[in-house]
Design a protein around this ligand. Structure first.
Ligand SMILES: Nc1ncnc2c1ncn2[C@@H]1O[C@H](COP(=O)(O)OP(=O)(O)OP(=O)(O)O)[C@@H](O)[C@H]1O
Ligand SMILES: O=C(O)c1ccc[n+]([C@@H]2O[C@H](COP(=O)([O-])O)[C@@H](O)[C@H]2O)c1
Length: 218
């Protein structure tokens, strides 16, 4: 795993003492794109959130390091689609030194006891959820909102995670109740075909030219 730059900066503070409702959109952001922005905006509106944090991953445990741009570049990319007010890009996961979501979320809940978090992800995330570390525990730790993605809706909604977590599924219209509770919901929205893979293949991000350490010439 690439290590994120260490920082002695204090952890971000927020709020005015009231309970904040925060959506966590974890991602590689290799690069960030309008599909992420659409989820963030939709989550703010549909889940009644105060903020969405774009939680840049130091290294998705299920993705190869090859082709992954450095953490700082991916953070900068996430910052470009954030507005710094309601949608905020953050290096917190790198600073915590975590890459398993279950640990990151547990740490964030300890660090921000007055926040009500909800995990946001595309349908591809729910489809592959059973491969995540301690995914059942993660689903008990934080509520989850899932967004459609071309080709992933059926695999997600008919997959193992949806079946195991069936009892916790709540109707989309009750999504606003979720932050701070247990359970998950699927929020219908217009599907967005954008992906970071397609952008890299089109040469739209430096990662396309980035060599993994083992590929670098001596
Ligand atoms: N077009 C999209 N529609 C819905 N969800 C998306 C979309 N793009 C990304 N997401 C979700 O955003 C989160 C972060 O995604 P990520 O940074 O991996 O982008 P990506 O486009 O999926 O990247 P890659 O193609 O490299 O796998 C994941 O939960 C993913 O499901
Ligand atoms: O915790 C895990 O085992 C785990 C496995 C795969 C992905 N994740 C997280 O899922 C989020 C989306 O990852 P990505 O690379 O698809 O953007 C990101 O926050 C990852 O850290 C987490």
């Amino acid at each position: 795993m690439e290590t994120a730059p260490s920082s002695s900066a204090p952890l971000p503070r927020f709020g005015d003492g009231r309970r904040m409702r925060i959506g966590l959109l974890g991602g590689s952001f290799n690069p960030a794109h309008a599909g992420h922005q659409q989820i963030a905006r939709e989550a703010l509106k549909r889940l009644g959130l105060d903020q969405v944090w774009l939680l840049v991953s130091p290294g998705n445990p299920l993705k190869p390091a090859k082709g992954m741009a450095p953490f700082a570049e991916r953070l900068a990319s996430a910052e470009k689609i954030a507005d710094g007010r309601r949608i905020v890009a953050t290096d917190l996961e790198g600073r915590l030194g975590e890459r398993y979501t279950v640990r990151t979320v547990a740490a964030l809940k300890r660090l921000y006891p007055r926040a009500s978090f909800i995990w946001l992800m595309g349908a591809d995330g729910l489809a592959q959820f059973p491969r995540w570390k301690e995914w059942r525990q993660l689903a008990r730790l934080v509520p989850i909102a899932v967004f459609p993605r071309p080709g992933s809706v059926i695999p997600a909604l008919k997959g193992q995670a949806a079946q195991v977590l069936h009892a916790g599924r709540c109707p989309a219209r009750q999504g606003r109740l979720l932050p701070g509770q247990e359970g998950w919901t699927f929020l219908e929205m217009r599907e967005n075909p954008l992906s970071a893979t397609a952008l890299r293949q089109a040469g739209a991000f430096p990662a396309a030219q980035t060599l993994a350490p083992s590929d670098k010439p001596d």
